[in-house]
Design a protein around this ligand. Structure first.
Ligand code: FDA
Length: 392
């Protein structure tokens, strides 16, 4: 049996693995990049509705969740959004800021995958797809394994196989199995950036499926001011996806349905339009059907002028802290990312190398670092992949 030797094996040719392999390869390392899918970068290709929201100019450690909120600082500081933008510029890829610092390709996400493949080619990376990675072992300071007929060995192994979100795209919990096998701990993985499902009294809101409105959504101490969307299963939209990463089973989610309105606006509306109904007043800031549904639940029939200021102030307070009790999420099948993962306590924040096993690295979504919605997760994939690529 012939064994091909390399300086490093990178498992998973997604965002983090491609960046890691290209970085190490361009430093003269002989890198083998393996993926069980039939092609590289599948999640990049479908990301951002096919336009890839490839970074966020506001990325900083505070925009990530992790058991150690400081862990991401080093890698994020050493490979910044500006660094990735410089790469995108060097390839002449046109892009635009959609909102809130989110950068998208003008053309297609394919351009980002092509760029990363070109970077791998520059580094002489050996890329192989479409087989299962098997028989991974470690001994005599070498990692060994098989990929179809190819038997390989290298002193460094990078786990870049992502998390289990969207299994139908080939996502697996392989990273965790491998990490555990080599003695690393796992922070319990859970679906994040995921729609929430409603039951009980909240079921009535399902009839509003398809309606979106700007809100401020809160779970615990986290708050996001973006759009929320009612769905036939519960709640979605950017504000809800963001808050879902912080939400824990059994906790409420509160929604401010009037985030842009001045405090006391309902009493002010009574002064301005005393003949208007509550539904009409709400419809001045909310979609009609939502205004009607909320007004029914607030149960203040008749004209605003017939209501006391106190009752209107109470109604406004309820509108600003509308409490939903989600009964779950739509799970890994619909989660844009996985929160939790390989515990950062076992990794160097400088290099992503396992403290207990020199030569073993973990990068990207497989690690317990999860970004907000809006390009933050790719920035973590680039930054952590780059950090490991410099260290291999
Ligand atoms: P990633 O999942 O990209 O790559 C892992 C690779 O490992 C895959 O190629 C997979 O096939 C391979 N693999 C898995 N198991 C394996 C095994 N057992 N053996 C071999 N290979 C294996 N983020 C963002 O910042 N902006 C955005 O616009 C979007 N949009 C978006 C849309 C959708 C629909 C989803 C599901 C996700 C996003 N994301 C996003 C999140 C983003 O895609 C995600 O955070 C990164 O792809 C993570 O990069 P990784 O390289 O860590 O994993």
């Amino acid at each position: 049996m012939t064994i091909a030797t390399y300086d490093a094996i990178v498992l998973g040719a997604g965002a983090a693995g491609l960046m890691c392999a290209a970085t190490a390869g361009q430093r003269g390392r002989r890198v083998l990049l393996l993926d069980h899918a039939d092609r590289v970068g599948k999640k990049i290709l479908i990301s951002g509705g096919g336009r890839c929201n490839f970074t966020n100019i506001h990325a900083r450690a505070e925009t990530y969740l992790s058991a150690n909120p400081h862990f991401a600082k080093s890698a994020l500081a050493r490979y910044t959004p500006a660094d990735f933008i410089a790469l995108v510029d060097a390839y002449g890829i046109a892009y635009h800021e959609k909102a809130l610092g989110q950068l998208f390709c003008d053309g297609s996400a394919k351009q980002i995958v092509t760029m990363l493949l070109d970077e791998c080619t520059k580094g002489g990376v050996d890329i192989r797809c479409g087989e299962n990675v098997e028989e991974i072992s470690h001994g005599d300071a070498m990692f060994r394994g098989a990929f179809g007929n190819l038997h390989f060995a290298a002193p460094s192994l990078v786990i870049a196989t992502g998390g289990p979100s969207i299994p139908k795209m080939g996502a697996t919990g392989f990273a965790y199995d491998l990490a555990r096998r080599f003695g690393l701990k796992i922070v319990e993985p859970r679906p994040a950036l995921v729609p929430l499902t409603l039951g009980g009294d909240d079921l009535l809101f399902r009839s509003l499926s398809g309606i979106a409105t700007p809100v401020e959504a809160r779970a615990g101490k986290a708050a996001f001011r973006e759009a929320a969307l009612f769905t036939h299963r519960g709640l979605s939209g950017p504000a809800i996806l963001q808050i879902s990463s912080y939400w824990r089973h059994g906790e409420p989610v509160t929604i401010d349905f009037a985030p842009g309105a001045a405090s006391g606006w309902l009493v002010a509306a009574k002064r301005e339009r005393p003949r208007a109904t509550l539904t009409a007043a709400l419809a001045s800031i909310l979609p009609d059907r939502l205004a009607q549904a909320l007004a029914e639940r607030l149960a203040l029939p008749g004209e605003l002028g017939a209501q006391t200021d106190r009752r209107l102030a109470d109604a406004e307070a309820r509108l600003r802290r509308w409490t939903f009790r989600p009964n779950g999420t739509e799970g890994f099948a619909k989660a844009e990312v996985t929160a939790g993962g390989i515990a950062t306590a076992g990794l160097s924040s400088q290099t992503m190398m396992a403290k207990s096993l020199p030569g073993l690295y973990a990068v990207g979504e497989a690690v317990d670092v999860t970004g907000w919605l809006g390009g933050y997760n790719f920035q973590w994939a680039w930054a952590s992949g780059h950090a490991a690529g410099l260290a291999l």
